[in-house]
Design a protein around this ligand. Sequence first.
Ligand code: SUG
Length: 417
Amino acid sequence: MSLVEINFDGIVGPSHNYAGLSLGNLASTRNAGDVSRPRAAALQGLDKMRANLALGLAQGIFLPHPRPQRAWLAELGTTIEEAEPVIAANAMSASAMWAANAATVSPAPDTADGKCHLTVANLRTMPHRSLEWPSTYGQCALAFADTAHFQVHAPVPCAFGDEGAANHMRLAPAHAEPGIEIFVYGVSGGPFPARQHIEASKAVARLNRLDPARTLLVQQSEEAIAAGAFHNDVVAVANERVLFAHEQAFADKDGLIAACERQVPGFDYVEVAAADVPLDDAIRSYLFNAQLVTPPDGQPTLIVPTEARETPTVWRWIERHVAGNGPIRRVEVVDVRQSMANGGGPACLRLRVVADPTTVDPRFVVDEAKLDRIADAIGRYWPEQIHRGELQQPGLIAEIERARAALLDALDLSELA
Ligand code: SUG
């Protein structure tokens, strides 16, 4: 068994649009009604995956979900043609692209039965996201069907909100070694919803068979949620023994650091002070929604969105850190602007799974050649633009359904149809 971190990126679906559906996600609100570019969005995502492959990292994919979500509309007693515009927009959302919200993953070295556990997220706080889980569950059950190595759990009951890996961090001396798992929940976000409930976090930790002595429940700071950090991964990211976070990310920073120091050999805390990078700049630039990864050359690398380079306080901080021999040794910049405009940065687009790649269904693992095949389908079938008000047009709907079917066909995954 050789356990490595595999990043599974959600391919941006052909219905990608800006409907302003996510209260508390400032980018979603700011860009509501803009013209979207599904084809460019999906190709930006593929380029990010190519950059990861070039670093020597293992890469996987999740497929777009069926949109419009006709079964959900039927449960509401309507159809895509007849639904009120806001209901139609919910049923057309491509939000499943943000795979960090697909599930919470606890790898084999951390669990009681030595399997990698995935609990699919219910995403119940936002209506458009609450309809993702059945398709996510179906894909996870297929990708991780090898029950000798994986167990996939259905979501926790929707009484309690769970947003998956976006509110979960793992620290370990190295990916393949036992680690501690940190669940970050919200209590109140002032004007905005706290999407991750402590009851859900506790349930996921139990389902994933974690050792309570190596599990931390940590409260996200209210000021972070109120400033637009609707998920913890907007203000913090962990990788192996490094925790990289904004000064204002957690309600009790000192308690968290002390626990990590006790439990993680070689623990390193890299803090960005509010005096250097105000919370607003951190959230607008998505500095912390970076992928912090360890490529085979062992140089911890931060993969940031272009917006981080364009935010002077943030770029100054990064340059100083790298020049000063800090734990982050390299910075890569990726353009995921189409996703960013809906509040999804590089880290939102991927779900990390520490596993042996040979135990994953190979149809969900990619190399350059497969990405070329995917790019070909996207180039041929994905709509170039979607305008506000077009979401219920029969021509566009047919184009979107055809596009997804063509991609599933190209990847031999038509059973997900
Ligand atoms: O849930 N945006 C997503 C962004 C998710 C980002 N994920 C992580 N931080 N891990 C959300 O708010 C906007 C859709 C719209 O408005 O059309 C949206 O759903």
